[in-house]
Design a protein around this ligand. Structure first.
Ligand code: SF4
Length: 660
């Protein structure tokens, strides 16, 4: 009740001060609720909301630099046009009138000469605000541009888990407080979900929960865990099978749950004998006795929470590894009970209708989709018809974060490519732009947020007017639609109208949650029967059989193994495996331009084990060159216990131009 009903009145410390409710818009599990203090139109303080059950009154280091971020001298405040070479970052100020005239002329001419699919937009998670993230897509649907396939992030794992459970949204993180075992698998919440770690530590302190970490790296989370299991990267599926083998072999699995609520147990069981602990040790490097101990602990400490990170599935067979790991929760009967379940991505609880949100009904039929991880190929392809002649970037910095960076830059440097970039800061991508448009920070626009972790919807009030001439995503694309002569009402709605519709499209979990209520309370838990919500409490699963599927006909029909497969990429003699986890101080490439952050970060580095360094004659602080078939970079070697022999790590994502 308390969790659902919390209302906090906002009391400014002086009559001259106003307090607005904000939500951190970063692509972060936590979606922190914040209170923004404004005096005379200037933000003077941003504090974490003490009442929010996840935020609990503190922000991470990224949330701590928002004042510098907001008032950075690097902010782009006016439209700019290129006056130097592509990549040089030389611009002169122009008016919005001129910018809109150039863009609309280009859009019309390209549509005539090549067809609208010669225009591609590129965006992702620069803001997670529902309105400002998705509304721009409506414009491109109407125009008929190539569509961007959002494949970065967590899609492979989502599909993998969905084969098993029918959905990838699981535990309410608040329910972690009822768990006796919390397993962070391929996940370092100390850096990327600090409020989740806080919940786990509460569960440990107050309920005696045990924290286990499965991670090839010795992370800050691993250092405070009770158990650290350290498989070689890409072998997680084998480890999962090894654990399940022990559970079945020793009769430690939940027979009743498996009998009543799962499908295909015999098919799974028939695979398990290939994974005795000794074999698992050989493949994963996890000692056989630790595999056994971990399985026994998992069976004994019920209920358990399994949180699976996204890094593991960005790997050969990644979706299948996540699928295999997720099966452990069903085998141990940790589904549908308080304190038990899996956590992966909870965004689908909010039921956002993306087809409607992006106005796909306005799109021409058979519109082309370009896979976002293949931007470099798309921009440099000689075969693509029509070729990409215009790129419109917003909410992203592909020159720093898109895979195959060398090819992306080669494409961005094309003289015949017209590039528009909407951003707050002069990123590497901005340097290649023909036109640069000023974007506001989240404190300068209204939006709502649906967390992909907790089950809270939250509001973000516009605290101050946009700085300079910056225009929010929704205002930019509304204006562009008008200037293109588009009259469809979907393209002209304002933020309040979109928010009202998002909240009233029939998802029963959003019943009673209105814009006014969100403004009053700041955040509201979804309208679930209980708070915390217990996922799958009725033991009915949206799979074809209605049960948890160890054997999936759906996977088979999609061309996959009906039972999770365990393909492991072979080691290549003389080659290292490189992991590129998120940095503690950056959110992908965001914040790297802030001097205080750069001071904390130091330069880009390469963590290497002392053993490997000694064999290669590398000393701490040496400059080393790292290369693969895609390219190379120069990094500073750091001798470290974070990595084991044969493994390297380099934290992402630095701005290339700030990392000479
Ligand atoms: S980055 Fe994440 S943890 Fe940090 S303030 Fe934002 S939402 Fe909170």
């Amino acid at each position: 009740k308390t969790l659902r009903k919390t209302v906090r009145s906002l009391e400014p410390t002086s009559p001259a001060e106003k307090i607005f409710r904000s939500t951190c818009p970063r692509n972060c599990y936590d979606a922190c609720s914040m209170l923004t203090h404004v005096r005379d139109g200037v933000v003077v303080k941003i504090e974490a909301d003490r009442e929010h059950p996840i935020t609990q009154g503190f922000l991470c280091s990224k949330g701590g630099v928002y004042l510098e971020y907001l008032y950075s001298k690097d902010r782009i405040l006016h439209p700019l046009k290129r006056i130097g070479e592509k990549g040089e970052g030389k611009f002169e100020r122009i008016s919005w009138e001129e910018a809109f005239a150039v863009i609309t002329e280009k859009l019309r001419r390209i549509a005539e000469e090549y067809g609208p699919e010669a225009v591609l937009y590129y965006d992702f998670s620069g803001t997670m605000g529902v309105v400002n993230r998705f509304f721009p897509h409506r414009f491109f649907s109407r125009y008929g541009s190539s569509r961007l396939g959002w494949t970065l992030c967590n899609e492979a794992g989502r599909v993998g888990i969905s084969y098993v459970y029918g959905a990838a949204h699981g535990m309410d993180p608040l329910d972690m407080l009822n768990s006796k075992l919390i397993v962070f698998w391929g996940f370092n919440p100390a850096w990327t979900n600090i409020h989740g770690l806080n919940l786990a530590l509460h569960a440990k302190r107050e309920r005696g929960a045990m924290i286990a970490v499965v991670d090839p790296l010795r992370t800050e989370t691993a250092d405070i865990a009770d158990l650290h299991v350290r498989p070689k990267p890409g072998t997680d599926g084998v480890l999962a099978y090894g654990i399940m083998n022990v559970l079945v072999d020793e009769g430690l699995y939940d027979r009743d749950f498996v009998r009543d609520y799962t499908h295909g147990f015999e098919a799974l069981r028939s695979r398990l004998s290939a994974f005795p602990p000794s074999k698992v040790e050989e493949v994963t490097s996890v000692p056989a006795d630790q595999v056994v101990e971990f399985a026994r602990t998992w069976a004994a400490r019920r209920p358990s929470c399994l949180q699976i990170g996204y890094g593991m599935q960005r790997n050969l067979n990644g979706g299948e590894m996540v699928r295999a790991v997720s099966c452990i929760q069903a085998l141990t009967g940790n589904i549908g009970v308080s304190g038990g379940g899996f956590l992966y991505s909870n965004s689908r609880y909010f039921g956002l209708d993306l087809g409607w949100m992006e106005a796909l009904h306005l799109s021409p039929k058979g519109r082309r989709t370009i896979n976002m991880v293949k931007l470099g190929e798309a921009l440099t392809s000689e075969e693509l018809r029509p070729p990409i002649k215009m790129l419109f970037v917003f909410n992203s910095n592909p020159a720093a974060v898109c895979p195959n960076q060398g090819l992306v830059r080669k494409g961005l440097a094309r003289e015949d490519l017209f590039t528009v970039v909407h951003d707050l800061f002069p990123t590497d991508t901005v340097d290649y732009a023909d036109l640069v448009l000023p974007a506001p920070s989240f404190l300068e626009y209204e939006d709502i947020f649906f967390s992909y972790y907790s089950l809270y919807a939250s509001i973000n009030e516009k605290a101050i007017e946009p700085l300079g001439e910056s225009l929010s995503n929704i205002d930019l694309f509304r204006e562009l639609a008008k200037r293109m002569g588009y009259m469809e009402s979907e393209l002209l709605e304002d933020a309040d109208q979109v928010i009202d519709q998002v909240l009233s499209r029939g998802n029963p979990l959003l019943t009673g949650i209105t814009r006014e209520e969100l403004r009053r309370r700041g955040y509201i838990h979804l309208n679930t029967p209980k708070v915390p919500h217990i996922a799958f409490e009725d033991r009915v699963f949206p799979t074809p059989s209605g049960k948890v599927e160890f054997y999936s006909e759906r996977a088979l029909a999609d061309g996959y193994d009906p039972v999770p497969s365990c393909v492991v990429a072979p080691d290549v003699p003389g080659m290292f495996r490189l992991l590129t986890p998120l940095s503690k101080y950056l959110l992908h490439s965001q914040f790297h331009n802030l001097p205080r952050v750069r001071e904390l970060l130091g330069g880009p580095s390469l963590e290497i084990s002392r053993e490997d360094a000694s064999e290669l004659g590398i000393k701490d602080g040496d400059t080393v060159s790292v290369q693969n078939e895609r390219g190379s970079c120069t990094l500073t070697a750091r001798l470290s216990d974070t990595v084991s022999k044969g493994l390297l790590a380099s934290y992402s994502s630095f701005w290339p131009k700030l990392s000479p």
